[in-house]
Structure formats: C-alpha cells, structure tokens
Ligand binder design. Sequence first.
Ligand SMILES: [Zn+2]
Length: 518
Amino acid sequence: MTDAAPTPAGTLRLHNTLSRALEPFEPLDPPRVSLYTCGPTIYNYAHIGNFRTFLFEDLLRRWLERRGWDVFHIMNLTDVDDKTIKGAAAAGVRLGEFTQRFADAFFDDRDYLRIRPAHVYPRATEFVAPMIALVESLLAKGVAYRGDDGSVYFAIAKFPAYGRLSRLDTRELKAGASERVSADEYAKEDARDFVLWKAAREDDEAVGAAWDAPFGRGRPGWHLECSAMALELVGERFGADVLDLHAGGVDLIFPHHEDEIAQSCAHTGRDLFARVWLHGEFLNIRGTKMSKRYGNILTARDLKEQGVDAGAVRLLVWGTHYRQTLDWSDDALAAARQGSRRLGEFRDRLEAAETPSSPGPRAGEWDALAERAWAAFAEALDDDLTAPRGLAAMFDFAGEGHALLDAGAPPTGRAREAWASMDGVLDVCPERARRLTVAGNGTGPGGVQGGEDGGPAETPPAEPAEREAWALAWAVRRKAAKAAREWAEADRIRNLLQEHGFEVRDARDGAIELKRSV
Ligand SMILES: [Zn+2]
C-alpha cells in the first residue's frame, strides 16, 4: 500500500479548465511536479470561501504526494495591490506593517485547518525586480505600451490566444489606448488592455508602495505579480518556464488567470504557462453568496473561536466535489462534527487495539477490508479528487472495522496502514486527546496558580496555551481527589472542565487524557 515510486503517469485524472475535460495527469519531468496556487491578498482575514479553495489545493497536494510525486508548491501572498494600498492608507500605516498582521493571521488559520504549508510563500514586494524585468521584456516584444497616464498596459490585440482559458469571444475584446482598464479587478465585459505597471500616485507613495523603474516610478499590477513570481521560482528550482499545475478559485479564471497566461506566454514564447489549470467552485452560506453586503462572512477564526475542530471543517468541505458549489449551513456543520467524531472514535479504537505477534483468527478479513477500502479510496481520488467517495470509503472501513473489533478480532498491520493512508490524505478526525501521565501520588505539573489555596483559579485564563495549562492542572487535582476518594470534588472538577470546553478521562494505563470538546 505504500507507493515507493509514483503511480504510473496518467492514473490520476484531473479536470483541466483549458480543455474543459478530464485529462490524465502527466508532469513535464516526473517525478517532479510544480504547483502554483494563487494565495490570499493580505488586506483582511481570509474567509471560509477562500479556505475552501486552499483546502481543495491541500487535497490536491496531499494526494499527489501520497502517490509518490515530488511536489514543489508555491503560494504567493499578494501584499501590494489596490486593496492592500487602500487598507494601509485607511489605517495610516506603511504597507508592510499593514499586511504583516494579515499574513500572520493567514498562517495561523492555515495551521488550524491543517493545511500543509507550501514550500515557498513569495510576497509580491520581494519580487519587484523580476516584475520590472518582465514588463521590460513585454515592452521590448511590442505587446506592451506606455499609456498617456504613465502606466504600462498589455495590448491584448497583440496576443491572439487571449481569451482561451475563459473562452471569451475574441470579437468582443476591446483593444487600444482608449479601451483599457487600470483596476486590478474587473468583469468579463471589461475585457480590454490591462495594466502591468501602474504609475505612482500620492496614495502609493504615502504607504511606501512605489518603486523606480526604467519605464517610470510606480507599482506592479496584481496579474503581473503571479506571472513574475511563478516564472522566477520555477526557473530557479527546475530551470523550467512552464508550470505543471496552476490552481485557484473559479473567480480567478477571468481576468486574473487569463492575464497571467498572456503576460507569461508573450514573454516565454511558449504555448502554455501551466499545463493544467484547476479551479475550485464557490462556497455559499445557507444558500446565499457570502458577501459583506449580506453580513454573512464567516472566517476561519470565527470557527476556531467557536471551538470547531478542524477535522469537522475538512469533513464538511470534502462532502462536496471541488467543482460543485458547496453549501455551508449550521446543519451541515453539525453533521460534519458528528461524522468527524465517529471517525475519531474508530481511529482511537484501532490505535488502542493490540496487534498480536502471530496473525489473529480473522486477519484475512481485516486485510480484505483494508484492500477493498483503499482501492475504493484511491479510485475516487484518482478520479478528479472525488473526496465524497473517499470519505464514504473511510466510513465503510470504520463500520466494518468496529464489527471486527467488537468480535475481538485484532487488526492487522495492513489494516492500520490503510486507515492511516486514508486519514493522512483527508485528515478529518478530531484532534487527538492530549495524554498526560501522572505519577501514582497524583502530583503533576505545578506552576499554575491563582486559586485561594495556591492551586489553579476557578476561571480559566484567556490565552489558549495558558488555558490548556490551567485545564491540565485541574485534571491532576481531579486525579488526586479520586485517589483520596473525594468523589464529589472529582465530579465538580470534571464539570468545571466541561463547562470550559475540556473533556477529561482516565485511561486504563493510569494516564490522564484531556481533550478539547469538539
Ligand atoms: Zn495569481
């Protein structure tokens, strides 16, 4: 079940937005795979719709790696564009100071949702030199021109493939000096010459968002940033100028990805900028598009603050194929929390069960179950990352596995491996209970004080790490109370912990298990 070498090229089929068809995946130079994903614009906290895209990309990344591919994952951070400059100006701070806190928040949220970190997180402001070089190249090739406003524009009429990704009707394209757009974001109806380099304005200078360039002082346009960073990093790493995979949300197809293709291919002279383009669909909240206007923006930190385990969030997201609109609702979240708990119970039981040195009486049944579940799971993921079917394979495994465990049949190594492989990709179980082994006399970690008798206070501290230390200190006291047969006090402590979101349990081996309620 372990894949020492990548599975044969072509086993995995992915939906390529370029062809609007499922295609066997074959990287340029196996086993290496370059993956570029458009990252967050760090002017705000990323919402759960953004994270749905990042989770779909995490699934892609994990499945490629599980299948043995050597993935190089780049995710950019957009730290200079219309929105970040506006935000910094409104806050009255320099651009770098403004974006740093949202970069930090993004990394916290990523870790909370167990998203595997990209190998590099280039920030646009750190790649201005290659961006300037790219604009110079496009000017030299005659596909870019300087407008009378001092900005540099891409002439879409000079790039015949423009519109190929988003399937724009080329007759509709508006070209020329009077038909151009200088905003970073615009609609399909506004397909026209787009900005590569924006001439510096007072606002840009005020927040430190302007750089000198041979074609005038200014700052990069959003679309240019991704092209320059992707080409620079994939060139540096692999000596390549074409990406294997490029992913993002459907809202990026036009104009962002269309413009990335135009800039990159006009510069490299290649037909393709990325061989495969993958796009994740939107997320709605209770049937409505998430929007400031409707006041229904849900962020990852909201969920974290509500004590929602990331396993449940991931399970909810995997319940819908990435190319279908996901409907987020309280009911769906409640069901996902329950599903995650159920899978977590099975995981705990499987882990706690002993594997005898010689095969148990029903080892064959465990092995057959493992083979069957893994085959179903792999087939689902190979079929354009069909996570709902992958989840179903995990639930089937858990259902039949429980029955075998009930019958006293010890699990085989193969069964454990199959389970770990599936959960290693979807990662949907609740956080593991934190185990604390306490000496027989009931003394545990000290240092948490604040109560009347020098023990922990009745109310927990606000800071999460201190909160956990507080809970551990109470858990130790509870064990001591039980040892002294003070049952009422032990119960009181259990209730106190529960009230503040912690579950405490005594393991058979004498350890204390403490976990956050999910
Ligand atoms: Zn991008």
